[in-house]
Design a protein around this ligand. Structure first.
Ligand SMILES: [Zn+2]
Length: 473
């Protein structure tokens, strides 16, 4: 499992939580002089009374299939059965998932502590009769920050190398320059580091922030996180006002921003082929046309990246979506596995580096990346720039992926396949939320024959459209 994108800060405390004495059926939670007896279900507890105790509301959104927890300005979002929590816009990979329960939702003590209370700024402390909820997330330990910079002709790359993984976000500062906020740790600058850059005036740490003062008119262009070692990459350069769109762009699009659907492969590139002769090229076009009809019926504008039979280079597809200022980019593919028993749908979004969530995701990405007619020989620099374009939309891409995959799991009665991250070339460069849906495995004979059926294609299209609609709401 990788945790590259969002450094999981959920690794510290399993050891520190000692089992508390609990009654058979309930466990007591205390907060601010009040207490509540929370029903136990095996090794899980009901979540909603615990959230209510700290004044947080939890609402289930039937359309999105997710719980939304609100406390002041803070928002958590999670889907029962999924090991993901969106915490204030940051996607956390969790070790386990919350599950539906008589009281709404139940989760383990460590999930409550690390994935729900932690992001909201609280922690659990064991007491004889249960747990006390204390303010202050558990994770304010120091993190060492070693800055380094490289000046290029027009930009400077600033790298902040951390001595452990932790969540960090770089933002333009109000008085110019840049501030890097650490949610859960106190940054300490490595005093031995010597930073030299003509665009950086000073770099200091302050509480949970690193403050970077820059030369006049120099500002934040992009930033993202990498791991091994954990580091924050910050691109600095002249902050230029957005150019007005060229007339050609205005001509290409008329009407509202469309959803761009990308039927995978095309032309001579058939993609995967089932034992029944069904090609991924033809299947994705059939489902794309049905999906377009479903979305149009819901009042949404749609564009396809290719016509029947026509091929298109992988990177042209997102370029088209960018030119059209598309709302969303949805690439449709069908999978193949060396194991013919593997079945089901998967939804992917772009990862920021060359790792995938697991070996199977990496294999799928490799398979898809070899498709396409034009050469995708791009330099490392290009790759970095493409990646950066998707960075801004990454959290939304993750949300979109969860919304779509939830519907596909319900349709296909699946639990073991889900949302994954992998470096798909077709998703790189998209500046809007972008996902790649593998609608099924052509290598599985039963699934291949189902995928050939128009009724099943329509069901898939409807499930994806419902997910997209939920995301847009
Ligand atoms: Zn494909």
């Amino acid at each position: 499992m990788r945790k590259a994108l969002i450094f999981s800060f959920l690794f510290l405390l399993t050891a520190s939580l000692l089992p508390a004495q609990e009654s058979m059926h309930t466990v007591e939670f205390q907060y601010a002089g009040r207490s509540v007896l929370v029903p136990k279900l095996g090794n899980r507890v009901e979540v909603i009374p615990i959230l209510a105790l700290i004044g947080a509301g939890a609402e289930y959104s039937l359309s999105a299939g997710t719980y939304v927890v609100a406390l002041g300005e803070q928002r958590l979002q999670f889907t029962p059965g999924h090991k993901l929590v969106l915490a204030n816009g940051v996607l956390l990979n969790t070790k386990e998932a919350a599950v539906p329960s008589p009281g709404g939702i139940a989760a383990s003590i460590s999930f409550v502590d690390q994935s729900l209370l932690g992001p909201l700024g609280f922690r659990l402390e064991p007491i004889p009769q249960g747990y006390r909820i204390a303010p202050g997330a558990r994770f304010a330990d120091p993190v060492s920050v070693r800055p380094a910079a490289a000046d290029f002709a027009a930009t400077t790359t600033l790298v902040l190398t951390l001595d452990r993984a932790t969540a960090a976000v770089a933002e333009p500062a109000e008085d110019g320059g840049i501030v890097v906020r650490f949610d859960d740790s106190s940054p300490r600058l490595d005093p031995t580091a010597r930073l030299q850059s003509r665009r950086v005036r000073s770099i200091t740490s302050n509480g949970r922030e690193v403050v970077i003062k820059t030369s006049p008119d120099i500002g934040l262009l992009n930033s993202h996180l990498l791991d091994d070692p954990p580091r924050v990459i910050i691109e600095l350069g002249a902050v230029i006002p957005k150019p007005t769109p060229a007339p050609a762009q205005a001509l290409e699009r008329s009407g509202p921003p469309p959803i761009v659907i990308d039927p995978g492969h095309g032309g001579k590139d058939t993609g995967a082929v089932g034992g029944n002769g069904l090609t991924e090229r033809d299947l994705t076009m059939a489902v794309a046309q049905r999906l377009a009809a479903e979305l149009e019926a819901r009042g949404l504008a749609v564009r396809l990246t290719r016509d029947d039979g026509e091929g298109r280079a992988l990177t042209d597809r997102t370029a088209l979506a960018n030119r059209l200022e598309a709302k969303l980019f949805v690439s449709l593919h069908a999978n193949a596995s060396t194991f013919s028993s593997v079945r089901g749908a998967e939804t992917y979004y772009m990862s920021l580096d060359a790792q995938a969530t697991d070996a199977a995701a990496a294999a799928t990405a490799k398979l898809e990346n070899e498709a396409g007619e034009a050469s995708d020989e791009r330099s490392d620099l290009d790759l970095i720039l493409w990646d950066l374009a998707q960075t801004s939309a990454l959290n939304e891409s993750a949300e979109l992926a969860v919304a779509v995959q939830t519907r596909l799991n319900a349709l296909l009665d699946l639990r073991d396949r889900g949302v994954k991250q992998a470096p798909f070339v077709v998703l790189t460069g998209a500046t809007m939320p972008a996902i790649l849906v593998e609608i099924g495995f052509l290598s599985n004979p039963a699934e291949a024959s189902r995928l050939a059926r128009p009724e099943h294609q329509q069901e898939l299209a409807r499930a994806i459209a419902t997910g997209i609609e939920a995301f847009l709401r």
